[in-house]
Design a protein around this ligand. Structure first.
Ligand SMILES: Cc1ncc(C[n+]2csc(CCOP(=O)(O)OP(=O)(O)O)c2C)c(N)n1
Length: 635
């Protein structure tokens, strides 16, 4: 059957683009856009960012020699065109699926994924590392970092620009400026970029330059007045220097990031330069798909949708943890004027959009700046406010020292809300919140919680709002509650677990001590074990710090066996902390199985599937319990 992608199906590597005319390259761009729409409408994924990078990618890959030239994409969520131009068209339908293509770049997925990411703000640093090592190795390839207008505002990007400006290495930064983060972009730098955007577009300037240079009498003068001085200095003689020029880059732009002929001209010329260049490309998020152009925020990350009706059909499900937090934050703000909310560029993802509307003056979006967000919260707490700092578990990894140094050493009552704790599913290893228990529980002073369901998250938020003695953090998973759990519940109290079910005093009993998202699995396992004649106590741990040693140890004394279940990596996790308290209580002889995420990075795939792969499901708990009980019988 003939491929619907006449040109694209022939492209196995970027150099295949070199054989095509500029007109044919336009066809390629159109096919890349269609391939994205056709596939992402079926798989879901990052739609609008990728529709915005089509022409940029085609132009760069046609103008440069990749490989050996290297393009490093920031975050990687906008690199589907890169995947399609590097021979992955035939596997594109497996995007973000279990064992399929990753939604980001991954070094072990393809040799031209030269640097992987998922967290924003790393591209300029990594690319500068490539450039510096190239200079030491004496090779000649070109290096380009492509970053977004939100990613470039992150601290790391500025640390790297600062370094690059001084190094003066042969290196280009391409700013893909679509004015959007996931939500509208924020910050003073965004306003500054808007000012640059309003300068005359490079297209007309480039034409003017060419005419002027061509009119010059002799070839030597013509060469000297070539691209660099033509475009950047000659063409904008009355403009003040941009901040990028001031710190050591040649600023080229603004250029229309969808005008392929101009982009080709710009990149073909820039490739000849050998100093730091900053290309400012103006793009439209969602380009070419009108509904996404209109509402890029809604179409940033999508579930499968219908290309005819443009409808995303989301099954109406129970309340999500995100919604439960959003409601609880508003409730806390209603009750106490000192409550403020902080997000690092994730108002929708963290559930704070309603808070922003209800209390705009008490809502702060720092942009992609988790480190700043944490210390900003610490400053507010030190000055008497009650900051609710909502950051995904995975992104708080960025703010580890700030949590330790600025919040916890000073014992400031910042409240952290860590959404997407545990295995998130399709986004994969860069986004799993697999480490927060390990990296937070080692810090003195902090109190750590995890709710079994959305109702309990609401109660924990209420409890945290009234708790000023220490910093607190609550972690909760992506998705909604486990509806298998009983409704009856006991009040939240510092360091106290909740016993959901007590095993009858028999020889074949086991204690299932579960945390957060795993309480439902433990509960279901206990029902199944009852059918198998095994008695189980189910403890909803609630706190990982301080741990309820008394409740857990009392139960282990009675049952003689323990299984802990958590959605965090085993090293430094809840199970290991429980092991310590059990040993300290002289119960080290009781068999204890730790069920946790193994000590490895877990690949992407549907949440239920990868949880199962890690043994974090009721069936596996049942098997482990049977083994523990049978081991005792055999002895
Ligand atoms: C450290 C970190 N914080 C938050 C995110 C979540 N995130 C993913 S993409 C994105 C917006 C990126 O905007 P921009 O850099 O302008 O790229 P665009 O999608 O607009 O092309 C955010 C906030 C992240 N990936 N990494």
């Amino acid at each position: 059957m003939e491929s619907p992608y006449r040109y694209l199906s022939q492209i196995v590597q970027p150099s295949d683009l070199h054989r095509l005319t500029d007109k044919e390259l336009q066809e390629v761009a159109d096919e890349v856009r269609n391939a994205i729409l056709d596939n992402v409408s079926k798989t879901g994924g990052h739609l609008s960012s990728n529709l915005g990078t089509v022409e940029l990618t085609v132009a760069m890959y046609a103008a440069y020699s990749v490989p050996p030239d290297k393009v490093i994409w920031d975050t990687g969520h906008q690199a589907y065109p890169h995947k399609l131009l590097t021979g992955r068209l035939d596997r594109f339908e497996t995007l973000r699926k279990y064992k399929g293509l990753s939604g980001f770049l991954k070094r072990d997925e393809h040799e031209l994924d030269v640097f992987g990411a998922g967290h924003a703000g790393t591209a300029i640093s990594a690319a500068l590392g490539f450039a510096a090592s190239r200079d030491l190795l004496g090779t000649k390839e070109k290096v380009i970092a492509v970053t977004g207008d939100a990613a470039i505002a992150s601290g790391m990007s500025w640390e790297a620009l600062n370094h690059a400006g001084e190094m003066q290495s042969d290196f280009a930064v391409v700013l893909n400026d679509n004015r959007m983060s996931i939500a509208p972009n924020v910050g003073a730098l965004t306003n500054y970029l808007s000012k640059l955007r309003s300068r005359p577009q490079l297209q007309s300037l480039a034409r003017r330059a060419r005419t002027v240079v061509e009119k010059m009498p002799d070839p030597v003068t013509r060469m000297a007045a070539g691209f660099r001085h033509g475009i950047t200095h000659y063409l904008a003689p009355h403009e003040t220097g941009t901040i990028f020029e001031e710190i050591g880059f040649e600023y080229i732009g603004p250029v229309d990031g969808h005008d392929l002929p101009t982009l080709l001209e710009v990149f073909r010329n820039i490739r000849e330069l050998n100093f730091p260049v900053f290309v400012h490309a103006i793009t439209v998020k969602g380009k070419g798909y009108p509904v996404a152009e209109e509402d890029a925020r809604k179409w940033h990350g999508v579930i499968p949708f219908d290309l005819e009706s443009n409808e995303m059909v989301k099954a109406a499900g129970p309340v999500t943890f995100t919604q439960a937090f959003g409601d609880a934050a508003i409730e806390a703000a209603d009750a106490d004027p000192k409550v403020v909310a902080i997000t690092a560029a994730m108002p929708d993802g963290t559930g704070l959009t309603k808070f922003q509307k209800a209390y705009p003056g008490r809502y702060f979006d720092t942009g992609i700046a988790e480190q700043h967000a944490v210390t900003f919260a610490a400053g507010m707490a030190a000055n008497g406010m009650k900051p609710f700092c909502a950051i995904y578990s995975t992104f708080l990894q960025r703010g580890f020292d700030q949590v330790l140094h600025d919040v916890c050493i000073q014992n400031l009552p910042v409240r952290f809300f860590l959404d997407r704790a545990g295995l998130v599913g399709d986004d994969g290893p860069t986004h799993h919140g697999a480490f927060d228990i390990s990296f937070l529980s080692l810090i003195p002073n902090i109190v750590l919680l995890a709710p079994r369901d959305t109702t309990e998250l609401g109660e924990m938020c209420r409890w945290m709002a009234g708790f000023d003695e220490h910093p607190t953090a609550v972690r909760y998973p992506r998705g909604s509650s486990d509806d298998r759990l009983p409704e009856s519940r006991s009040p939240i109290a510092l360091g106290r677990a909740e016993v959901l079910r007590v095993a009858k005093d028999r020889d074949d009993a086991v204690t299932l001590c579960a945390l957060g998202s795993m309480v439902g699995e433990a509960w279901a396992a206990a029902q199944a074990l009852e059918g198998l004649g095994i008695e189980a106590t189910v403890i909803n741990a609630r706190f990982t710090k301080p741990i309820d040693a008394e409740t857990i140890c009392d139960s282990v004394r009675q049952t003689g066996r323990l299984i802990t279940i958590e959605e965090n990596v085993q090293p430094g996790g809840f199970g290991e902390m429980v092991r310590r308290v059990v040993q300290e209580a002289g119960l080290g002889h009781c068999p204890h199985t730790v069920l946790a995420i193994p000590d490895q990075f877990v690949e992407h795939g549907a949440q239920a599937l990868i949880r199962r792969d890690c043994g974090l499901c009721a069936d596996h708990i049942v098997k482990e319990a049977e083994q523990l009980v049978n081991a005792r019988v055999l002895h």
